[in-house]
Write a protein that binds this ligand. Sequence first.
Ligand code: GAL
Length: 426
Amino acid sequence: MLIVLSMVLSACGGGSGSSKGSGKSNSKSGNGNTKLEIFSWWTAGGEANALKAFLKNFKKNNPNITVQNAAVAGGVGSNAKSVLATRMQANNPPSTFQVHGGAELFQWVKAGKMQPLDSLYKKNGWYKKFPQKVIDMNSMNGHVYGVPMDIHRGNVLWYNKAIFKKYNLTPPKTFQQFFSDAKTLKAKGVTPLALGDKNGIWGTMIFENILLAKLGPQKYSQLWKGKLPFDSPGVKASAQTFKKMLGYVNQDHSSLAWQDATQRVIDGKAAMNIMGDWAEGYFLSKGWKPNKQFGWTETPGTTNDFNIVNDSFGLPKGVKNPGAVKKFLTAVGSVKGEDIFNPIKGSIAPRLDAKQSKYNVYSQSALKDFKADSSNHTLALSLSNGSAAPQGFETKVDNAITAFETQKNVNQLIQQMKSASSLLKK
Ligand code: GAL
């Protein structure tokens, strides 16, 4: 992640705002057709299937456009983001790329690398079709730069129903319940909580969910804006709880990817997994069904909150064929496109007029909670998934969390986050 950071920073520093794409990747293809290079990190289970289904439909409707699926493996963009930063710096952007709404998108806007999409929004009536909160996550200085393709929920605890039944356990809505379940499971020789954080991110995601529970959504948001000190009692208490939780995760977590951890739940080796609902897409891709093989609940203490993760696509400056990219973005923001993609991915459609009947029982519950929580102002931007704070800060927190997982030193974690917090003002 350090590599990503330095590349992003230098990309920002060198951002002249007048990038001229080399067009290497997004010019005409050999047969005279227009070529589009779609860049993402969707390569695992449901996310890969969802992208494939979406691209298939797009190709059917746009036979003159050749689409290249340029996905780079590595959850949360651990590899893709460095590749992207190098290309952006060299003014050789992909035709369009997956990006989280919020800070992650804004870094490219600030660097002068993105084109505004205001007229595309107007043309498609999107200002009325997407929730305001999601438009805000994709807007900067009064202009909109991203078309939201999905909304994921980040605060979900998934569990293996057969294991919970076997040991007569209750899905944990509180930390007390979580630790009581975890103790029983550990005694029975089952890993209570599966974790796979070889790219150093998913521990941060668990920690941010604990923070959300202990601080509540308002204070949680203040934290990432530099308005709540990191040595506040609630942050310390969260670190203590995280430390306790780490006593119940698989020891080999730092050598597993997120989907390996989800697979442990399927294999019955672990009982629970805290992960965004792309894990639901993974379960579905393995033939597991909601409320049959797997159950879910919000992560302990966050029943009334929605940790939002949003993937969007935008229009980089310097692409050779902006017209074709706009066609792609139009498909991304269409009801049809979103309803093909999201039910497979485990996410919900950002569009308010998506067809609910296309979504399964889990996704319908996420949709209901999203609607309620967005009107209650309890939406919480994800730090680990790029929205809440600049990449430089997030990288420092990820590194501090990785160290914490072995050293379990609460004071050190607090100090490291405190010293990183100067980056929040930037
Ligand atoms: C998240 C992203 C999701 C999913 C996940 C795992 O950051 O928003 O769409 O791809 O990473 O790769």
